[in-house]
Ligand binder design. Structure first.
Ligand code: UDP
Length: 230
C-alpha cells in the first residue's frame, strides 16, 4: 500500500514501512510550492539523527534505520490526523492569534493540537474536540502532550550545546500494533523553528522569501552530524 503526501511517499511492505522524502517544499496549506533538489535527503538524514538521539533518551520513535540518501525504514503506525505543536517561544501563528513579539519566551512549554485539514486551514482543537470528534481518547491525547513536551526539551538541550535556540516544533504521532503512542513523521527544519543570534535556520526562510532555504537546511544537517558525533 502506497501513500503520497506533499513531502513524502510512504510504502508499507510487510512488517515495516519505507518513508521516502521528496524534494518538494510547501507552505501556506500547500499553496506555495517548489522543488529543491537535495532537500529530501537532507531532511531524511536530519530526522534519522534526531530520532536516534531521542531513542537514546528512552523516547520511542518509528525509526528503524536510515537508508541513504532519502529513505527511512520505520515501524508502521496508525497515524492520528493531527499536528501537535510545542512552543517554547512566541512565533508564527501564535503571534498572529494571540499577539506578542516573535521570539518572546513563554513561561512554560505550550502544547497545541491542530487537525490536518488543508481545506479548513488545519483548525486548532482542544482535548475535548479530539474525544468528541473520535480522533483520540483523552488518555491518548494526554500521552501525546506528555511525549511532545519531553521530546521538545530533549531537542532544546541538543541544540543548546551549539547555542542554537529551538523556538517551536510540530510532531505527528501514531499507534503501534500494541496501541502505544509513538512519534512518527519527521523532525527537520520543515517542522521546527531554530534560531541563532537572530539568524533563521528553518522553513521561515522559505515562507518569508529570505534567501536560499537549502543552504540553511544543509547547515542544520551539518550541525546535527557534528553534535551527534560528540
Ligand atoms: N508546522 C509544521 N507544519 C504545519 C504547520 C506548522 O511543521 O503544517 C511547524 C512550523 O514549522 C513551526 C511550528 O509547527 O515550527 C508552529 O507553526 P505555526 O503554528 O506557528 O504556523 P505557521 O507560522 O507556520 O503558519
Amino acid at each position: 500500500m502506497n501513500y503520497e503526501g506533499k513531502t513524502k511517499i510512504v510504502k508499507v511492505t510487510g512488517d515495516y514501512a519505507l518513508l521516502e522524502f521528496k524534494d518538494d517544499i510547501t507552505a501556506g496549506d500547500g499553496l506555495k510550492h517548489d522543488v529543491l533538489t537535495g532537500k529530501g535527503s537532507i531532511c531524511a538524514e536530519t530526522t534519522a539523527i534526531l530520532m536516534k538521539y531521542l531513542s537514546e533518551k528512552d523516547i520511542k520513535t518509528h525509526l528503524v534505520e536510515y537508508i541513504p540518501p532519502r529513505t527511512l525504514k520505520v515501524i508502521p503506525l496508525k497515524m492520528f490526523p493531527l499536528e501537535v505543536v510545542v512552543r517554547l517561544k512566541k512565533a508564527g501563528s501564535f503571534v498572529r492569534r494571540y499577539g506578542g513579539a516573535e521570539g518572546e519566551d513563554l513561561p512554560v512549554p505550550l502544547v497545541e493540537f491542530f487537525i490536518k485539514d488543508d481545506e479548513r486551514h488545519d483548525p486548532m482543537v482542544c482535548v475535548d474536540h479530539l474525544e468528541i470528534l473520535g480522533i483520540a481518547t483523552r488518555e491518548q491525547a494526554e500521552k501525546m502532550k506528555e511525549a511532545a513536551v519531553k521530546i521538545t526539551l530533549a531537542l532544546k538541550e541538543f541544540f543548546e550545546r551549539a547555542n542554537f535556540e529551538l523556538w517551536d516544533i510540530k510532531y505527528e504521532f501514531g499507534l503501534d500494533k500494541d496501541g502505544n503512542v509513538v512519534l512518527g513523521d519527521e523532525i527537520s527544519p520543515d517542522t521546527f523553528r531554530l534560531r541563532k543570534k537572530g539568524e533563521i535556520f528553518d522553513k521561515d526562510v522559505y515562507r518569508r522569501d529570505l534567501g536560499d532555504p537549502l543552504k540553511k537546511y544543509r547547515e542544520v544537517l551539518e550541525l546535527c552530524r557534528s553534535l551527534n558525533s560528540q
